[in-house]
Design a protein around this ligand. Structure first.
Ligand code: DC
Length: 223
């Protein structure tokens, strides 16, 4: 069975998806990590981020794999080819590079096969931007997880504060809105709610409430 979770960046998708997978005993596929891994390889190889054929070649050449930290049933380690990139793909540099990489049709096409192969291999929670619309349109449960730009900016701003990064809230909000625009307006597989997806707006919810709401939606759908 597949649970597809899509939504904009900063809505808490990854955290909630991994928690729900753990509780259901499902595996979890973070498709954003795959685009991030391609972006990392491109930067390593000095490939220009607008060189679509070269980006596509990377996506077709390298296998992306996920691995477990001992004792954790949800895979959190990420590999591309022989390199582990678990931490290397969570930097500001990759945040910037991954947008053009994920907009390249040749990259999306190559990753589609890998995502379908992994996602169809068992019980999976698969999260991304186009899972319910393009990658796995027959998923049993589809949830579009979102929150207002202000709520998402506030969460990110608090994370920055905790890390000692002093960024004005207005800048964080502008960044959130810019990413939303990029994700929803690109030509290839833009972010949108599938017609048959259930909407979960977590603007007024904390993590526990979001998790409970998502579990309820899944149970109601599959009985
Ligand atoms: O969810 P994330 O921030 O790790 O995603 C990284 C980038 O990849 C982001 O720019 C959106 C893009 N992405 C996508 O285009 N399609 C997906 N299924 C998942 C992520």
């Amino acid at each position: 069975m597949i649970v597809a979770i899509d939504g904009p960046s900063g809505a808490g998708k990854s955290t909630v998806a991994k928690a729900v997978a753990k509780e259901l005993g499902f595996s979890c596929l973070d498709t954003g990590a795959m685009y991030r891994a391609i972006a990392w390889r491109a930067l390593q190889d000095g490939v220009a981020l607008d060189d679509e054929p070269a980006l596509g070649a990377i996506a077709r050449t390298y296998d992306i794999a996920f691995g477990h930290v001992e004792g954790d049933p949800v895979p959190r380690r990420v590999f591309i080819g022989d390199d582990e990139v678990t931490d290397a793909i969570r930097t500001a540099e990759i945040d910037r590079a991954v947008s053009p990489v994920s907009a390249a049709p040749a990259v999306r096409e190559a990753l589609l096969d890998q995502q379908r192969r992994i996602g169809n291999a068992g019980d999976y929670v698969v999260e991304g931007r186009d899972i319910g619309t393009v990658v796995l349109p027959d998923a049993t449960v589809k949830i579009f997880l979102t929150a207002s730009p202000e709520a998402r900016a506030t969460r990110r701003w608090k994370e920055y504060q905790q890390k000692g990064i002093d960024t004005p809230y207005e800048d964080v909000l502008a960044d959130v809105k810019q990413r939303d625009y990029q994700d929803t307006h690109r030509a290839a597989a833009p972010l949108r709610q599938a017609d048959d997806a259930q909407l979960l707006d977590t603007s007024e919810m904390n993590f526990e409430q979001s998790l409970e709401a998502m579990k309820k939606m899944i149970v109601e759908k599959v009985g």
